[in-house]
Design a protein around this ligand. Sequence first.
Ligand code: NAD
Ligand code: ZN
Length: 372
Amino acid sequence: MDVMNAPPLTADAALRVPVALAGREYTIHVGTGLLDRLSDWVAPLRPTSIVVVTDPTVALLYLDRTVHSLSSVARTERFVLAASEEGKNLSAAAQVIDALVAARADRRSVLVALGGGVLGDIAGFAAAIFMRGIRFVQVPTTLLAQVDSSVGGKTGVNHSAGKNLIGAFHQPSVVVADTDLLRTLPPREVSAGLAEILKHGLLADADYFSLVEALLPRLVECDVAALTPVVAQSCAIKAAVVARDERESGDRALLNLGHTFGHAIEALAGYGQWLHGEAVGCGLCLAADLSRRLALIDAADQTRIEDAVAAARLPTRIQGFTRAAAIDAMRGDKKAQAGQIRFILLERIGRATQRVVPAEIVEATLAAGGYA
Ligand SMILES: NC(=O)c1ccc[n+]([C@@H]2O[C@H](COP(=O)([O-])OP(=O)(O)OC[C@H]3O[C@@H](n4cnc5c(N)ncnc54)[C@H](O)[C@@H]3O)[C@@H](O)[C@H]2O)c1
Ligand SMILES: [Zn+2]
């Protein structure tokens, strides 16, 4: 679907991005003013009851409006979870399950996850395991959650041994991404979401990358009119990749462009130091450097990518680590297979590929990136 050339949105229109998973198709609705119309998409699910799970920040901003819209559909209970990346663990998921029990939820209840990726991952995982799986609706409130974590059905929590080590595939019944909600997002979180948006263009669609590049000055300012079609197009790209490979046996790995380096940065710096999107922004620059060293892209493409990352107000370099530590961290990554480090590289802007890369070339990229 070509959402960029869609006619201008009317006040109550939403862009519809279909997610084509055999037997479990669902739609991502993207637009402004959608939160107050949530009942339009939840009513058809005919839930016996609804439990809205959110975090304290989002609760203050948007919980009343959410509950107000949903109360017309079914008895609606609320649960505010003190969600954070540090607290994204089994005990957080257990708290959501306790809340479902307290709300007397049954197999036909619907859980609504209202929040960023942390909240969505925890609540989605609780929905996946409560009574062997109840339906859930994603209402993502960060840019990263709207373009990335709410699409694709991965849910889960961290273990002290690694990020997202515990999880389940559980697709939402519907996703409602109201871009008006992004207006209250801190600028740093907007930039973090832009890292995944740049990634989508780089790995799948050169025209989209050019468009995002041109819109970046408006996107960093959280201009909702510019963000809305971009969110929809990014969802469409991720949805297409996921529809081809729901469980990551092949192409879905391409979504990890910039992430092998990014995960290493997050692990070395300690979680909480850099936002995920910031580590990915830097990871995209390292992946571009590695792709250029392998003569896949040229120096002009590499510069173009670095300029876009900088224009998104993301770090292009994150230093202070050694090459040996970075390589160790990448070998330990959940996605490394049998000690080999597979990288997602760019064949050109708009097309990614997977390769195992010799260690000395990875070292050269890390050295150029300022790693001791
Ligand atoms: N499941 C997946 O496929 C997938 C994909 C990518 C990332 N993730 C996960 O997503 C998480 C990161 O999510 P995130 O970047 O959304 O961070 P987050 O969920 O921590 O949210 C960031 C902060 O923004 C606040 N916030 C949320 N919405 C707001 C709003 N509208 N206005 C003001 N403040 C708001 C939150 O309270 C929080 O403090 C990570 O745990 C990562 O593992 C999952
Ligand atoms: Zn990511």
